[in-house]
Design a protein around this ligand. Structure first.
Ligand code: SIN
Length: 284
């Protein structure tokens, strides 16, 4: 018996990312195929699977093959918690495209759920509806950004710890989070330089949920975080993904920042992606 572990892989950029064709993710992954995909994931950080068509149930099952599926703190306007398989979109409460979507935080650089004590390992986004042009997602390779820092800077930031806060990041966007969300997700502290648990690589761990540097005066800490974020998101570290119908993308939140880009007519065209997240482990 032959077991299908073969797929075609093509690098998408020098920074990160590989395209995979020849796999049907709506079918259960065999252990050898899952292992081969995991190896490619660790090597390329972002995998773009073309030509997929997954229902919410199928994406739920696929997500579980990478680990424990992560719940969400954010509540919908109805008061219900955002479901584990949910959509990110630019639609208003009447289902019409809007230039001021609810998920406004997705448009700034972040790494998913860094306000959790055990933040996300990977995120999976599957394109359901796309604008005719644009609507990209950008990824910044924070391991390459760390490696490119001057040795003096590496020494200066070694051992610094950063407070990540859901409440602070919502307030920063002008949103007052419901009390139950703030209670459920109190601020957490993570190292500014984290070590990848599978590859041992070091990367910068920051983004829009990073509220301040523990133990530094606020202005000094903010200036440092701003400077490092500007460095990490320089074009030389960034891969911009232009979505195609049928794309399913997974990315490694432990060594990447990402953001949605409003490079399309948001008030006119629909952009809907089905999203799930796999829980990670405490950064060290
Ligand atoms: C996200 O931040 O998880 C979603 C990014 C996007 O909509 O491109």
């Amino acid at each position: 018996m032959t077991v299908a572990t073969e797929f075609t892989l093509r690098r998408l950029s020098d920074v990160a990312g590989a395209e995979i064709t020849g796999v049907d993710l709506s079918q259960p992954l065999t252990p050898p195929l899952g292992g081969a995909i995991n190896d490619a994931f660790l090597a390329h950080r972002i995998l773009v699977f073309r030509d997929q068509r997954l229902s919410a149930e199928q994406q739920h099952a696929l997500t579980l093959s990478f680990g424990e599926i992560e719940g969400n703190v954010r509540r919908l306007p109805s008061g219900e918690r955002l479901p584990v398989v949910h959509t990110v979109h630019n639609l208003d409460e009447h289902g019409q495209p809007t230039a001021a979507p609810d998920a406004v935080g997705n448009y700034s650089w972040h790494t998913d759920k860094s306000y959790h004590a055990e933040p996300s390992l990977l995120t999976m986004l599957h394109a359901l509806e796309l604008p005719p042009d644009g609507g990209d997602t950008q990824f910044a390779n924070t391991a390459a950004a760390y490696a490119a820092l001057a040795e003096e800077t590496k020494r200066a930031i070694a051992g610094l710890r950063v407070v990540h806060s859901w409440e602070a990041s919502r307030r920063h966007l002008g949103v007052v989070p419901p009390e139950e969300e703030t209670r459920e997700r109190p601020p957490v502290v993570h190292p500014l330089v984290r070590t990848h648990p599978d590859t041992g690589e070091k990367s910068l761990y920051l983004g829009n949920h990073a509220s301040h540097v523990d133990g530094l005066p606020e202005a000094e800490g903010s200036a440092l975080l701003d400077r490092l974020l500007a460095h990490a998101t320089e074009p030389r570290f960034v891969y911009s993904h232009r979505w195609r119908a049928g794309d399913l993308v997974i990315w490694d939140n432990r060594c990447l920042l990402h953001r949605a880009v409003s490079n399309y007519d948001m008030g006119r065209h629909r952009r809907v992606l089905q999203r799930t997240v796999v829980k990670g482990t405490a950064p060290f």
